[in-house]
Design a protein around this ligand. Sequence first.
Ligand code: ADP
Length: 498
Amino acid sequence: MTNPFTCRNFIDGNWLNVADGTILESRNPANKNEIVATFPRSINEDVDKAVASARKAYQTWRKVPAPARAEYIFKVGELLTKYKEELAQLMSREMGKPLTEARGDVQEGIDCAFYSAGEGRRMFGQTTPSEMPNKFAMTVRTPIGVCTLITPWNFPIAIPCWKAMPALVCGNTIILKPAEDTPGCATKLIEIFAEAGFPPGVVNLVHGIGEEVGKALVEHPDVNLVSFTGSSETGSSVGEICGRTHKRVCLEMGGKNAQIVMDDADLELALDGAVWGAFGTTGQRCTATSRLILHRDIKEKFTDMLLERTSKLILGAGYDSKTEIGPIINESQLKRVCKYMDIARNEGATILIGGEIAWEGSLKDGYFFQPTILDDVTAEMRVAKEEIFGPVVALIEVDSFENAIAILNDTNYGLSSSIYTRDINRAFAAMRDIEAGITYINGPTIGAEVHLPFGGIKQTGNGHREAGTAAIDTFTEWKTVYVDFSGSLQRAQIDNRE
Ligand code: ADP
């Protein structure tokens, strides 16, 4: 057990203690007796300082040429590469992911750095002919201003990078408000931004409770944009405040993702996808597979294969090399998963395997839940509709392709989706008819790449996308510029053309 890591706020280039001095803790979910980090419970005064610092720095940063801004981000990519193992070890201890997945999380940050840095030399606008002689018309991208980035604990390096890097290359300044469960990862990440040498105030970090400082950052009149990833409930309230205060808001919220397995699928491949999609990151991904829609002709066989594989999964601390499934993030989330087991039983679902807290041996010190398969689930049950965010997957039987697509779409969410089939016609029909932001053909519902847009439809999002060039759209405004070099007043739509 190592000593707790002391986290502070980072404002105007300085590591600061908070105004009122209250300290909170993050604990190892695999061993709740271990304090991983301590962090400040910031108050409104700290928020005001961070916003003032970001506002001041914005006036200079927005004028730094985009390719020069990109060089700082490139440097962050190099430093993330250097500290990858250290970050992965901390992440595994702080939020429980197996080390292989934690390394993948950091790698996503590295990929995002190099991709975003490249965007600094593109950032293209358009030119188009004017309708008048001796007049030039073009569009340029301009930054938005001060951006509040509110992030969850499940991808504690990747998600802040997804938001911070495009925001910065576009010329915005940022304030990161990380989740209460992963202050250590956020602090290490901002230490890396500091080492990369960003001018003071361009990058700021404020720790604290979501309903306190998160809300204050969303409400603050000097913040121009809020980018939020988290629960649908919190996202709705963030969206309402931003609507009222005229801020641009980018929301990434829940999912109830499904994988379809058709009667012609390669079942071994579909099994690998289902196990990874449902139980990877202990099911705590917004893209996790929480419904398996199985064609009746393969359901029995596939269920047997899935049960066998699930029964062999090894639970443990993420930093133990044998571990395949880590802990649930905290006690309240563990209780929530338990509550859904009661709901499942009351609704008539059958728990084929799992369904209980895992207590054996050293697991008793953490928040472990057995990988769980629910059978006899129908589309209208709550366990088929609501996001559980744990290692739980519901099996739904269907008798046709059309029925499978209809059930997949029968949800308020629309983030990720998957179909396993060897029929090319069905694959293309699924690509067209599935209602989701992301569709995988013969791959699991998880595995986003940073140069493609990421996000969902329906109640998953609000129309924005992260990553890819879509992120540049999120973090810039279009400015239209007309240059009249005729030396006379030319009135659009009024002067007669000669
Ligand atoms: P999760 O279920 O992942 O914890 P939350 O939506 O509660 O989802 O948290 C995601 C992020 O939103 C965290 O950084 C949290 O501190 C922050 N947060 C929680 N409540 C609010 C709020 N009312 N306003 C702004 N941010 C909030």
